[in-house]
Ligand binder design. Structure first.
Ligand code: TRP
Length: 334
């Protein structure tokens, strides 16, 4: 008899619908998500509840959530094989979030550096949700018994907190939660600002020339890369003294698969004009299939709604199994 190992590990990540992701989000993380679905059971979603922590016009939040959902599908994540869903469609997230609140110490949550940063940035709206945000994130992860969570440095502390909450709960009540690990896969590129290459590329940067959005047209991409900050040496090679050029090399390498040496050889004796033109072309080609698919999907509202409903149903099946166990353990009448 053939023995088939059906025990795939589960990878989970959610993305906030706070605006169009950048080239940095794509090359650093999203691009790898589609590849993971061969090897893992993947659960990806739009974290719309998390986005309520910052005031957004309701119609805009709804639109962005649909767009993020369409983008997940445009990444070639297969909604048949994976679970692609919207967080608020599965009420178990809020329910487990509440229970975990009661199993997290105020002091633990108060240590989160992202909360401290965000409360400085949104000084006029330091709502309790902003404080509670990492605990909802813990619920997202623990509901699905996730093995791995691909996280960037900014979310590492939240994953640590999730692990602490899970371990503590398990030692009190027996093994209820899988304790998740950070996903250490092929490292994505760390894409820096095109204008201040010492800083990470960010869509919230005031200078719109510093980032490329996944929905930028070829013309816009060309212009932004053309105006990227370099240096006065006019030689293409990788060096910490040349952050602008090195960043463009990282972008070019991520899109083409070429190594630094190969890129250096390709542009030996050539100036930054040629180099930037090639980088822009590579980015445009890299994003083209994604953009084509995305532009088509965002017009198909009925399809998106239907697919999200199927995703939510599949997600709920797993989530409520965990929630039910938790409710019994903590003594809720179930
Ligand atoms: N907090 C994450 C961010 O802002 C988004 C998020 C919500 C998330 N729930 C999650 C990420 C669960 C990973 C796992 O980027």
């Amino acid at each position: 008899m053939e023995i088939v190992n059906t025990e795939k590990k589960t990878v989970l990540s959610l993305i906030q619908p706070t605006g169009t992701p950048t080239l940095g989000n794509y090359l650093g993380a999203l691009k790898n998500w589609a590849k993971m679905s061969e090897e893992y059971d993947c659960i990806f979603g739009a974290a719309d509840l998390h986005s309520l922590t910052v005031r957004t016009e309701p119609a805009l939040l709804r639109k962005r959530t649909m767009e993020i959902y369409a983008l997940l599908l445009a990444l070639e994540l297969d909604p048949e094989k994976n679970i692609i869903f919207v967080q608020s469609h599965v009420p178990a997230h809020s329910q487990l979030g509440w229970i975990l609140n009661c199993y997290t110490q105020f002091g633990e949550a108060a240590r989160m550096t992202q909360f401290k940063e965000k409360s400085l940035k949104n000084a006029d709206n330091v709502n309790v949700g902003l404080f509670d945000y990492p605990i909802l994130m813990a619920a997202d992860i623990l509901l699905y018994q996730s093995d791995f969570v691909p996280v960037g440095v900014d979310q590492k502390q939240h994953l640590e907190l999730t692990r602490d909450i899970a371990s503590r709960f398990n030692s009190a009540y027996g093994n209820v939660f899988k304790v998740p690990e950070p996903f250490i896969g092929k490292r994505g590129a760390r894409v820096m600002s095109l204008q201040e290459p010492e800083k990470k590329m960010s869509k919230s940067d005031a200078n719109t020339k510093s980032f490329i959005l996944l929905t930028d047209t070829p013309d816009v991409i060309n212009k932004k890369i053309k105006s990227a900050v370099t240096d006065s040496e006019a030689r293409v090679y990788y060096s910490s003294e040349k952050p602008g050029v090195s960043n463009l090399m990282d972008i070019y390498g991520s899109c083409t698969g070429l190594s630094y040496e190969e890129i250096e050889a390709q542009f030996a004796g050539k100036g930054y004009g040629d180099f930037k033109a090639a980088v822009a072309e590579a980015v445009i080609e890299e994003l083209r299939p994604l953009q084509d698919k995305f532009n088509k999907l965002v017009t198909e509202k009925a399809y998106l709604t239907e697919t999200a409903a199927v995703g939510a149903e599949k997600a709920a099946r797993i989530a409520y199994r965990t929630l039910g166990k938790v409710m019994k353990k903590v003594g809720l009448w179930k």
